[in-house]
Write a protein that binds this ligand. Structure first.
Ligand code: MOS
Length: 739
């Protein structure tokens, strides 16, 4: 189905189940331990052997020699394999460091050997017996040191955020020089880790030249193609199955070493092999969100209209890697006739930087939205009013192009009212609660809405059940449920008559889970397939498809009606289709908007920050399921607290690795860190986005949270920290002497 004109009224608008807070249909499987995850697929791959990865012990250099004799002789060992033993493998999509390294070592903990043994413990013990001699080389591990000579580079995150090397509209330099109120400030964000619950894990099995990977991956079709490329085999010989995924956040957009080495190990061992990256391996072996150094300049008239805005971001990556596209939202978020954005990319030899939840906007807004707070302060304007004043209903770089739907102002105003923003004292350090200094902060949230082809197959069985099959994944987001709800709305049968099957590359290729595009695109693909199935049903029953009503397990047309199941009496009816998009995303800018409000308390003695209240107001088109959407947003807000206050991969600049490579030292928020969270969804639809009239929301919930917390800390303490995370050591020496 081609979607190239705005949606009109369709069966989804009945809103019998779409838009309702339906419980997760996968919930019972998860809480009873019956949802199969990649490392537990003994049901389909019996008697597996265990793989264990050895990671490189240097940040850059060459392997001079490897002695695997002791490992091979160790108890239970079946195979010991190094990259020196096999022909060079290809690179998968978006990989730019080999997933099986050697003799060249491109980064610390790059996989250089895999041991397959009868048990996990035997594999791990044997891996420790591998002796590696390295020729160590001097690597580049310091972003700040490399930033000065980093070249300009354009790029995109591969999932929704991007910018050219330099983008200019009007005369930024002239307008900034002439502005009566201006800000020129630099902000830094650290390297961050996805820290998903389920580690990267794969069970692999070969049947002749056909490979099956039960794996944990967000993008099944990308993964299938990547595995084919890496091994140089036809894609039709590769199957990926990923029905349940314990979180990804972008860390599982692309296949990683677990998939490659489980497949290699299984090929040599001639039996199924399961392999999980251990937690201490994940942080340096896989990908991370790259650190940024961001300079922002804003100039305004005395009454607060922005006349000049510039955002420059420098990040680092391995040779061939991409920049963190932290300037992308600045191209679209606020008005202003004179604009400039630029990105620089330093070559570093740290592990591979890549997409992490809302790549671009998440770190970009952490900087931009502090800058907006600083400007409001200079102008003597309320931070909400300043943002409202500089709203734009058109793409500020191309004023002839409007947003499909944009209600940032509505989010800010409603949020201010619900949060009690009028009780905020604009003067910092004025509000106390015992030993605590209390403050409020606000930020805008912004994330683009991406349209991408998505397919599905639906089958009506003789028993009246409808089965939906698509390679769409559920990474903890609720895909099963919203896809089921879509089929209910379209086919007029209750949810318990719908079977949703996901994550198998034998099913039609979907949008997958990334860039907050999963919900809107995958349900639209299911919508398209259901339209076809409705046509087939009507034809079988001899009804006119155009006026047929599917409800209560029946099909009605004029004064005729028949049970839906009757259409499948002679055999299953199957329909397959995909949603494919025309030009609407080009003619109109499609984005999602939020306002984040936060109240913090900062301990006047220790400078410890505690978040007290959070509110997100989101404008993201139709909300398909307010319960699962809320869960996405509160999870994202929690991640925002981590980004603001805790998360930082500490770089060892001599040896080139992230030191805190476990969850004891890479801190993320726990329940005790998270206070009352409220989420409000604006009641809106976006007919330009799809027949579902929905947009993404899972990443929007993160975008801006960090800055709202930073701004609240400033309101509480009077201290402006421009270097994340805002740990107490950065506040302590500036704290008012009030104990
Ligand atoms: Mo992503 S960074 O999985 O949208």
């Amino acid at each position: 189905m081609k979607f190239d004109t705005p949606a009109t009224t369709n069966p989804i608008d009945q809103l019998k189940v779409i838009g309702k807070p339906t419980d997760r249909i996968d919930g019972p499987f998860k809480v009873t331990g019956t949802a199969p995850y990649a490392y537990e697929r003994n049901d389909v791959a019996p008697d597996p052997a265990y793989g264990f990865v050895l990671g490189a012990g240097i940040g850059k250099g060459r392997i001079a020699g490897m002695d695997t004799a002791a490992a091979k002789a160790a108890p239970g060992v079946i195979v010991v394999l190094t990259a020196l033993d096999i022909p060079k493998l290809g690179l998968g999509k978006m990989n730019f460091a080999a997933l099986f390294g050697g003799p060249v070592v491109q980064h610390y903990h790059q996989a250089i050997a895999v041991v397959v043994a009868e048990s996990f413990e035997q594999a791990r013990a044997a891996a420790a017996l591998i002796r590696v001699d390295y020729d160590r080389q001097q690597g580049r591990f310091d972003l700040a040191a490399a930033a000065g000579s980093a070249p300009l580079v354009g790029g995109d995150s591969g999932e929704g955020s991007g910018a050219p090397p330099v983008d200019k509209v009007g005369d930024f330099e002239g307008a900034f020089a002439a502005a009566s109120v201006k800000l020129d400030a630099t902000y830094t964000t650290p390297d961050e880790s996805h820290a998903m619950m389920e580690p990267h894990a794969t069970t692999a099995s070969w049947d002749g030249n056909k490979l099956t990977l039960w794996t944990s991956n967000q993008m099944i079709a990308w993964g299938k193609d990547s595995i084919a490329k890496i091994f140089g085999i036809p894609a039709e010989n590769v199957r990926l199955d990923s029905p349940y995924i314990g979180g990804g956040f972008g860390g599982k957009l692309f296949v990683r070493a677990d998939a490659v080495l489980a497949a290699l190990g299984s090929r040599v061992a001639r039996r199924p092999v399961k392999l999980a990256l251990t937690r201490p391996m994940i942080i340096n072996n896989t990908t991370h969100r790259p650190a940024t150094i961001q300079r922002i300049r804003i100039g305004a008239t005395p009454d607060g209209s922005i006349t000049a805005i510039a955002h420059e971001s420098t990040s680092g990556n391995l040779p061939g890697g991409k920049p963190e596209t932290a300037v992308s939202q600045t191209k679209l978020l606020y008005a202003g006739a004179n604009r400039m954005t630029a990105m620089r990319l330093a070559e570093l030899d740290l592990p591979e930087g890549n997409a992490m939840r809302a790549p671009g906007e998440a770190p970009g807004l952490m900087a931009l939205e502090i800058a907006m707070d600083e400007m409001a302060e200079k102008l003597g304007l309320d931070p909400v009013a300043f943002r409202v004043l500089n709203d734009t209903q058109v793409d500020p770089e191309k004023p002839g192009r409007s947003f499909s739907h944009r209600d940032l102002v509505g989010c800010l105003r409603l949020g201010a009212e619900r949060f009690g923003w009028d009780k905020r004292n604009p003067r910092p350090r004025q509000v106390r609660d015992g030993r605590w200094l209390v403050g409020m902060g606000v930020s805008a949230g912004f994330r683009n809405n991406l349209l991408t082809k998505s397919g599905a197959r639906v089958r009506l069985g003789r028993d009246g059940r409808v089965t939906v099959e698509t390679d769409m994944t559920d990474i903890g987001t609720g895909s099963y449920t919203i896809i089921g709800q879509t089929a209910v709305e379209m086919m007029g049968v209750p949810l318990d008559r719908i079977v949703v099957r996901l994550g198998d590359s034998d099913f039609p290729a979907s949008a997958g889970s990334g860039g907050q595009w999963g919900a809107n695109n995958s349900t639209s693909g299911v919508y398209a397939a259901c339209v076809k199935l409705r046509d087939a049903v009507a034809e079988k029953l001899g009804f006119d498809a155009a006026d047929a009503i599917f409800a209560d397990g029946e099909v009605r047309s004029g004064d005729q009606s028949a049970p839906l199941a009757q259409a499948a009496r002679a055999g299953d009816l199957v329909a397959e289709d995909a949603i494919e998009y025309g030009n609407l995303a080009k003619t109109h800018q499609q984005s999602t908007f939020a306002a984040h409000f936060v109240e913090v308390a900062v301990d006047s003695a220790t400078a410890e920050t505690r978040v007290r209240r959070m509110l997100a107001v989101c404008a993201a088109g139709r909300i398909l399921n307010p319960k699962s959407a809320r869960s996405q947003v509160i999870g994202a807000m929690t991640m925002g607290v981590g980004g603001a206050l805790m998360e930082e991969l500490a770089v060892d600049k001599r040896h080139g690795f992230f030191v805190n490579h476990d969850l004891a030292t890479y801190e993320v928020p726990v329940h005790a860190d998270i206070p009352h969270q409220d989420v409000i969804f604006m009641d809106e639809t976006d007919p330009m986005s799809s027949p579902m009239k929905a947009k993404g929301v899972g990443e929007l919930g993160l975008c801006g949270v960090g800055a709202a917390i930073a701004n609240a800390i400033t309101n509480a303490t009077g201290i402006r920290v421009r270097d994340y995370p805002i740990t107490l050591d950065k506040l302590l020496e500036h704290m008012p002497d009030t104990v």
